[in-house]
Write a protein that binds this ligand. Structure first.
Ligand SMILES: *Cc1c(COP(=O)(O)O)cnc(C)c1O
Length: 441
């Protein structure tokens, strides 16, 4: 069913993920439930690692962009696959470090890292910090002076490539809050500024053009512009970048509107990037840089399935049928944010013909609390298990306690085994940080 064959229909006609029957998982762990397929995650990490080795002779590093799904177990998996990670906050950094992830293989991003986050990153020996403002260059330089360390940094550059994706996940438009633009010269200015900072060791440049992108050409164009920038900086100020970090953003399959990519297709993205970078390096007379790559969504997205139990079913004659589930925007805010589309299936009756189009609604007090609109499904009764596919990326990581609902638990499945990786919240967790001031009695 998916491209890595980790989703199947078993002989009971149930959805199976990582060798586990989805209906049994729902019974055993309760719903809503995030299910993550370990084999899939590992396979994608290996795919990128192998492609990087094949294309760049190992002169590079795969960084799992952990904002897509951050928890201790996923950092353990990344560490065991020998790849690095990106973090974008103190919280992600803490999670990675507390799983034992090696600090030197962590890259830290963020357009407005707080002084506390910078202090934390430097104290823990985070390998590379990607600088994205003058303020940050100042703060980081002062901090390093105080601690007597020299910090490796990259600078986030905006190559000005508009990728074909949702506006909220485009990150290299001329008016983006991210990076410094090559086109308007601010990229030159920040480079000179960082080079003037005695406690910062500039290794090179970073760009990330957006997310859920399928056009090879967008990635190639970004890489070419970055190579041209590297050559320009070499020629104008004599600084030759060692590292080029080309970000993430590779798309995944959500519905039939998206292409279905196999491992080889992802490897082809890297091949195209590699060819462009090699060609530019010869053409422009700069050395081939160490390449960093930051896939997030494509590593965990299709590895994840969310299981819900159908509750209230409401037909509005002539308009819509709603099936309300025991989850909603608190475990998956992506429809509310981007009108994202999903494939929805009846986990307990996979072979039944789809006879209706229904809207899957959540249980929050918000009309926009929708998981999927007008999706084909067979007849569904209250109590049936509904599975939403490709929910591994930016679901749990964007979840909230809205309406004081529980953020669901997550299990990791592999070869018929299922283990909890994020526990169920309890009512106690919900009020854990609440304080009643004495004057309220
Ligand atoms: C979000 C992000 C990524 C990962 O993007 P995906 O679309 O999940 O692959 C990589 N790098 C940076 C800087 C990001 O912000």
């Amino acid at each position: 069913m998916n491209q890595r064959n980790t989703l199947k229909i078993n002989d009971r006609g149930h959805l199976e993920i990582g060798g586990c029957d989805a209906v049994e998982l729902a019974e055993r762990f309760g719903t809503p439930l995030y299910v993550f397929d370990e084999a899939y995650i590992r396979l994608m990490m290996r795919t990128y690692k192998k492609a990087l080795n094949d294309c760049f002779g190992g002169n590079g590093i795969v960084l799992y962009a952990s904002k897509a799904f951050s928890c201790k177990a996923v950092y353990k998996i990344a560490a065991s696959e020998g790849i690095g990670v990106d973090v974008v906050s103190g919280g992600e950094l803490y999670t990675a470090l507390s799983s034992g992830f090696p600090a030197d293989k962590i890259y830290m991003h963020g357009n407005n890292k707080t002084p506390e986050e910078l202090e934390y990153a430097v104290s823990e020996g985070v390998g590379t910090i990607v600088v994205d403002s003058y303020l940050e260059a100042d703060r980081l330089d002062a901090l390093c002076a105080e601690k007597g360390v020299k910090q490796s940094v990259l600078i986030r550059i905006n190559p000005g490539v508009e990728a074909h994706t949702h506006a909220y996940v485009q990150t290299a438009t001329p008016d983006s809050k991210f990076g410094f633009s090559i086109a308007n010269g601010t990229a030159d200015d920040i480079t000179n500024y960082v080079l003037s900072k005695g406690n910062l060791s500039l290794k090179g440049f970073h760009c990330h053009i957006g997310s859920q992108i399928f056009e090879k050409q967008s990635f190639v164009l970004a890489a070419e512009k970055m190579m041209a920038f590297i050559a320009h900086i070499k020629n104008s100020v004599g600084f030759e970048a060692e590292t080029l970090n080309i970000g993430g953003g590779f798309g995944i399959y959500y519905t039939d509107e998206d292409p279905k990519l196999n491992e080889n297709d992802y490897a082809q993205y890297l091949k195209a990037l590699c060819d462009a970078i090699k060609q530019k390096s010869v053409e422009l007379g700069v050395k081939a840089p160490f390449i960093a790559l930051e896939p997030g969504r494509s590593i965990v997205g299709e590895a994840g399935v969310t299981l819900y139990t159908a509750g209230a079913i409401k037909s509005i004659p002539g308009l819509k049928t709603y099936i309300a589930v025991d989850g909603g925007m608190f475990d998956n805010p992506r429809y509310a944010l981007y009108q994202s589309k999903y494939t929805v299936v009846a986990a307990g009756d996979m072979n039944a013909p789809c006879t209706q189009k229904v809207t899957i609604a959540g249980k929050c007090c918000e009309s926009g609390d929708i998981i999927a609109v007008d999706v084909p499904l067979p007849e569904i009764k209250s109590g049936d298990i509904i599975a939403v596919l490709s929910t591994g990326a930016y679901n749990y990581s964007m979840a909230s306690n809205y309406n004081r609902n529980f953020i669901p638990q997550a299990v990791l499945v592999n070869d018929g085994k299922a283990d909890t990786i994020i526990k169920k919240q309890t009512y106690e967790d919900i009020v854990r940080n609440d304080v009643i001031p004495e004057r309220l009695g």
